[in-house]
Design a protein around this ligand. Structure first.
Ligand code: NAP
Ligand code: ZN
Length: 375
């Protein structure tokens, strides 16, 4: 650990057993350098639920070896000549996306047409979205994430971090934060709106914080058990529902919310009862990503009350920038638990066990000195 060289090293998942505390610390080759890239010396990387799905090939067979982690903060140590918004020494971050077609001829999905998504700043919906890990860059190189010393990312997806935000707090905003911030904004959470957040994990706790920061009239945290009630209220929720332990909750909260964001990744959730919590015309936005993709919805949950179910995928670089600015201005303070990068295997085990309160962030100890030495 702690090599002074610029050799890319990190925790690699070599097979589905890697999620059981078996990632291996190894050297690996990043994508070939392009002048649109930035190399980042990683100081912090959050542990996202998606890292777990990927390590265990939950969604689909993963392209091992994988280096997961897409809540990356660090210092830019090499900046391509085509990158204008970042300079060497800047504190920067990379979220769950590290490329899209960006309307480049030969790369955009349709050779004769603009990519409407990239043109409108909706890069996370580009048909050629490249994930920060588990994907291929357009030059053929594998995308490899942040459980390591360095990350190489296309500059468009490298975001300057505003002063006033702690790096450990900013890291999980890059995926967990923006994944809830984006639909909260897009579906109008703010004054006059009552918002429910289902699943009080990494994403869900940001849901409560950001719904509050955006000025929603009422924020209801919807969890399974009682044990997170006090935390939810401290985070800023006005009310708390423990669906697995509270008698009569569905009836009590019927038709009370305008918007629900669901971060739950299990088809076992009582979706019909969540839909019942919506007022007529209300929307439930699903962001949790079940491994079998199932979302058990009954048509009558939609027909009665003219309700909607939507989905949402992370957020664009401009949304991330806007969210970070708001978090710095309003002093949004996530609950993070720092874990040493060398203990990443144990941190993954603890994440799988549901022990994070509410986001583990891996920290490269002494990284600041190493960055100074490397510059
Ligand atoms: P997390 O910290 O583990 O939180 C997930 C929460 O869901 C848990 O805290 C739990 O909340 C609830 N939950 C877990 N298992 C459940 C079950 N069987 N039934 C009901 N509720 C359950 O994970 P995360 O990092 O927030 O990620 C959540 C999901 O979002 C993952 O599937 C992840 O891949 C996905 N994700 C999607 C996007 C996107 O762009 N759409 C981006 C990032 C992550 P309670 O204990 O409060 O019930
Ligand atoms: Zn994520």
């Amino acid at each position: 650990m702690g090599s002074q060289s610029r050799e890319f090293q990190g925790w690699l998942g070599l097979d589905a057993d890697s999620v059981k505390g078996n990632m291996k610390w190894q050297s690996y080759a990043p994508k070939d350098w392009e002048e649109t890239d930035v190399d980042i010396k990683i100081s912090h990387c959050g542990i996202c639920g998606s890292d777990i799905h990927t390590l265990r090939s939950g969604w689909k067979p993963s392209d091992y070896p994988v280096c997961v982690g897409h809540e990356i903060i660090g210092t830019a140590i090499r900046v391509g000549s085509a990158v204008k918004h970042v300079k060497v020494g800047d504190r920067v971050g990379v979220g769950a996306q590290s490329d899209s077609c960006q309307n480049r001829p030969g790369i955009r999905p349709n050779k004769d047409e603009d990519c409407a998504e990239c043109a409108q700043g909706l890069e996370s919906y580009c048909a050629r979205m490249v994930g920060t890990y588990g994907s291929r860059h357009f030059n053929g190189g594998k995308s490899l994430g942040g459980y390591g010393l360095y990350n190489r990312a296309p500059g468009h997806f490298v975001i300057p971090i505003p002063e006033g935000l702690d790096s450990a707090d900013a890291a999980p905003m890059l995926c967990a934060g923006v994944t809830v911030y984006s639909p909260l904004k897009r579906f109008g959470a703010g004054p006059g709106k009552k918002v429910g957040i289902v699943g009080l994990g990494g994403l869900g706790h940001f849901g409560v914080l950001f719904a509050r920061a955006l000025g929603a009239d009422k924020v209801v945290a919807i969890s399974r058990r009682e044990d997170k009630r006090a935390d939810a209220l401290k985070l800023g929720a006005d009310a708390y529902v423990a669906t697995a332990e509270e008698e009569g909750w569905a009836k009590k909260h019927k038709s009370s919310l305008d918007l629900i964001i669901s971060t739950v990744s299990s088809a076992q959730m009582p979706l019909g009862d969540y839909m019942g919590m919506l007022k007529a015309g209300g929307t439930l936005v699903q962001v949790g990503a079940p491994e079998d993709g199932a979302l058990p919805i009954n048509a009558f949950n939609l027909i009665g009350g003219g309700k909607k179910v939507a989905g949402s995928m992370i957020g664009s670089p401009s949304e991330i920038t806007e969210m970070l600015r708001m978090a710095a201005d309003k002093g949004v303070k996530p609950w993070v638990e720092k874990r040493a990068m060398k203990d990443a295997n144990q941190a993954v085990l603890d994440m799988v066990a549901g022990n994070a309160r509410y986001r583990y962030v891996l920290v490269n100890e002494g990284i600041e000195n190493q960055v100074q030495a490397a510059l």
